[in-house]
Design a protein around this ligand. Structure first.
Ligand code: ATP
Length: 200
């Protein structure tokens, strides 16, 4: 079984590429889903987050208000690191479990889709890594169209991310996503053929 990383900036097209890879036969693990899974009420990560951030991050039903938590962590570097030290190792452990489950079911290629792939240093245990990248102008337009964000909100999101240039240096394959979906599908197939054909 080959385990491949998939990442990219906000609204770069990760989920769209993951869907195309699924059509080509890959099984997908989504880090966002794992992040939600590990903070369910009563779990260790939930307990540690409540201890670190206080009950103010809980909704009435005791689930974590992830938006509120993100906003708190966004404003304070120490808190963000604390949050990452609680969540990242558990997300990684769960990703390994899911990958093993897919392997046991006979999956040949498993893709781990994670927005903060490089920030979590996942390239240390998953290679190759595919980066989906697009021009900032395209990224802004897609964010505007999809999420209805203001220019100020878009600036904030983009400023909080690792610069695209740094991600490009860390990636093994870069899929440029500035064209239409047919163009993207061709590029995805191209990378798929290279990975599926390699002996790694
Ligand atoms: P996020 O980081 O927010 O999870 P993402 O990187 O997963 O986003 P997508 O949701 O795949 O990005 O794409 C962002 C938006 O741009 C979506 O509305 C998607 O349909 C659209 N989109 C992506 N690629 C293309 C393309 N090549 N042509 C047209 N629209 C596209």
């Amino acid at each position: 079984m080959k385990l491949i990383g998939l990442t990219g900036g906000i609204a770069s097209g990760k989920t769209t590429v993951a869907a195309m890879l699924r059509e080509l036969g890959a099984s997908i693990i989504n880090a966002d889903e794992l992040a939600r899974e590990i903070v369910r009420p009563g779990q260790d990560a939930w307990k540690e987050i409540v201890a670190a951030f206080g009950e103010a991050v809980l909704r009435d039903d005791r689930t974590i208000d992830r938006q509120k938590l993100r906003n708190l962590a966004f404003k304070n570097d120490l808190l963000r690191k604390r949050l990452e030290s609680i969540t990242h190792p558990r997300i990684r452990a769960l990703a390994k479990v899911k990958a093993a489950q897919f392997a046991a079911q006979g999956a040949e290629v498993v893709v781990y889709e994670a927005p903060l792939f490089f920030e979590a240093n996942a390239q240390v245990w998953i290679r190759p890594v595919i980066l989906v990248a697009c021009d900032v102008a395209v990224q802004r337009q897609r964010l505007r169209d999809r999420d209805n964000l203001t220019t100020h909100e878009i600036d904030r999101h983009l400023a909080a991310q690792m610069p695209a240039g740094e991600k490009r240096k860390l990636a093994d394959f870069v899929i440029e996503n500035n064209g239409d979906l047919d163009d993207l599908r061709r590029r995805v197939k191209d990378v798929w053929d290279k990975i599926a054909g390699s002996q790694q």
